[in-house]
Write a protein that binds this ligand. Sequence first.
Ligand SMILES: C[S@@+](CC[C@H](N)C(=O)[O-])C[C@H]1O[C@@H](n2cnc3c(N)ncnc32)[C@H](O)[C@@H]1O
Ligand code: SF4
Length: 368
Amino acid sequence: MKVSSFGYTYIMNDFCILPELCNFSCDYCIYSNATVEQKSIPYKISKYYDKSGDNIEFFDYVANVLMNSTQCFPTPILRICGGELFLLKNIMYLLRKIHEKFETVQIISNGFFLTPYILSEIKELGNCVLHISLDGHTQELNAHRVHSSYQQEIILNNINHIIKLGIPLEIASCLTDRNTKDYEEVVKFFNDIEGDILLLPFPVRGKGSEMFVPSKQDQKQLFKILERYDLYSKVLPPIKYVESLMNYYENGYRNIKCYIPKAIVQTFYNGDIYSCCMDWSVRVANINSQNRKEIIEQIQKNRIYNIYDMFPPKLRSCRECFTVSEIINLYFEGKISDKELCNMQLFSGKTTLKMMNELRKEIIKNVK
Ligand SMILES: C[S@@+](CC[C@H](N)C(=O)[O-])C[C@H]1O[C@@H](n2cnc3c(N)ncnc32)[C@H](O)[C@@H]1O
Ligand code: SF4
């Protein structure tokens, strides 16, 4: 894959399907107040437990949109996310249909519907990384996500199964007033398990996030993870990620540059393209109604990208933003090495590594 021109060759397509459909209602969920304009679609959606319906027509439509967007912007990585994808009956039909078009597929889920059968199917696809959202291994630590020990037990059993099957696993944890003080316990818990596990902690962001901010005292406890990084390096992200996270808390805002809108394209199942995968405030184009040339023109003339480029960050959403994709920013800044990048399954594909390297050169050259 060739890096054609600055900014329009992306490492990842972040593809979102029906963000409003979920079986959970996590207290901090950003999707519940997302401003994305939803176009009505002429399909009846069947849920996991529905007796009738199979979603096949809907998934054929979705696969077609994704293929159009992949033709327009080929990427080695697909990040695919709902709402909750596995609440959609027959989601495996879609995953089977599209997975081969990508080097790696990162599947985001709350983990609840991942039965042994579904997991064995995911394993069979051969190129998937599971990214499960979990704030802690106990119900107390995970309290902003689950409201019963039954839910917690199911998720943990499913996670166990993922590990046993050897599917690469990322555990995404929102740091809140409930889990930050004891997050080291979460790290220890997973560190003691044999398997391909990567923990990715990050702050809650967006409207209402203030109510989840851990106290300064809790943050101090979190900082101990950095002091004992060597003990836990097996399950922690590269040390610069952890340092940056601590830095974010010390400053109260991000003070490193962001290249995410240049590295990831945010697309939706209805063809909409948004300006940034972490900030769905600006819809820049639609894959169904425009060709590549028109889409690139739309992107080029949209002033939001100049605002994203400003440093220190101009937008509140940017100042508050610290996400799992910080790995990409830190790599572009030369703070994460090729070897560290390669250690993370998501980035370890040959094409991905090559493109990350080329994009880094291209982006840094154009920014300076
Ligand atoms: C919105 S969820 C959708 C996928 C799936 N239902 C899940 O929970 O993983 C995608 C990711 O966004 C995270 N998330 C949700 N609300 C957030 C917020 N306000 N700030 C930061 N991350 C958030 C979730 O924890 C999850 O890791
Ligand atoms: S499971 Fe995911 S989408 Fe559902 S409410 Fe929780 S964070 Fe939001």
